[in-house]
Ligand binder design. Structure first.
Ligand code: ADP
Ligand code: ADP
Length: 226
């Protein structure tokens, strides 16, 4: 687990667009933060800066008191879940789950144990030997979650992970993600443009507009403001 300190962070893209503008967020250990706001407000850019996937133009991001850009990518204790799942099509579910651990030279017994545990938590046991193309959208999304879980990271970063699912599945996956996060206690940042999703998932919401924080608080605080 880890706290995250986003300190006066800005992103200025080539051409001068200020996609993120002096953003300050202090995230507690185990907290579930949702970044919400209209398309183009800077959610994804901010998340990618926290992940170390995008350079930070101004300010600093610290995860567990370590400056993100000073930590080698392989040592960053972060797992990210994407909208497009980013599964390897030629690998089975089991291989997809194991891949990130193998890359990090985790012992085989430990990999097998973690894959089995994630498969159990996500009800993927019947599908371990299938390839992604033989899975439904919801099952693929569970594999993507599983790849994050097996790493036992200090931080989960979610980039609109449910937006490719139909409405019904979105609701059930939302509940599932929240339960898993509570059980694991993993500090999380979740990006969405869906207000209902934001409200039901968040410990605290950050409403972005034009790269700036418009509001920050619990769902009740944010949605009860006149
Ligand atoms: P959101 O995730 O809220 O939709 P983004 O972070 O993707 O917003 O984008 C924020 C702003 O930055 C938008 O104006 C977008 O056009 C711009 N932007 C995003 N990526 C780039 C890029 N690689 N180069 C230039 N501008 C970009
Ligand atoms: P991790 O070690 O965090 O599990 P991986 O090593 O599996 O991540 O993947 C490294 C990067 O490659 C990630 O950004 C991931 O999104 C991307 N990636 C993984 N699978 C695919 C794929 N099938 N196609 C394109 N990109 C992928």
């Amino acid at each position: 687990m880890a706290s995250i300190d986003i300190n006066q962070v800005s992103k200025i893209y080539d051409g001068g667009v200020r996609a993120v503008n002096s953003v300050d967020i202090q995230i507690n250990d185990g907290e579930f933060i949702v970044l919400v706001g209209p398309s183009g407000c800077g959610k994804s850019t901010l998340l990618r800066m926290v992940a170390g996937l995008e350079s930070i133009s101004e300010g600093v991001v610290r995860i567990a008191d370590r400056v993100v850009n000073q930590v080698e990518p392989a040592d960053r204790d972060i797992a990210m879940v994407f909208q497009n799942y980013a599964l390897y099509p030629h690998m089975t579910v089991r291989q997809n789950l194991a891949y990130g651990l193998k890359n990090r030279k985790t012992p085989k017994d430990e990999i097998d144990a973690r894959v089995a545990e994630a498969a159990r938590m996500l009800q993927l046991e019947p599908y371990l030997d299938r390839k992604p193309r033989a899975l439904s959208g919801g099952q693929r999304q569970r594999v993507a979650m599983g790849r994050a879980i097996v790493r036992k990271p200090a931080v989960f970063l979610f980039d609109e992970p449910l937006s490719n699912l139909d409405a019904k599945l979105r609701v059930s996956m939302r509940v599932e993600i929240r339960k898993l996060q509570r059980r694991l206690g993993t500090t999380s940042i979740y990006v969405t443009h869906d207000q209902l999703e934001a409200m039901t998932l968040a410990d605290r919401l950050v409403v972005l507009n034009g790269g700036r924080i418009e509001q920050i608080g619990t769902p009740l605080e944010v949605y009860n403001k006149p």
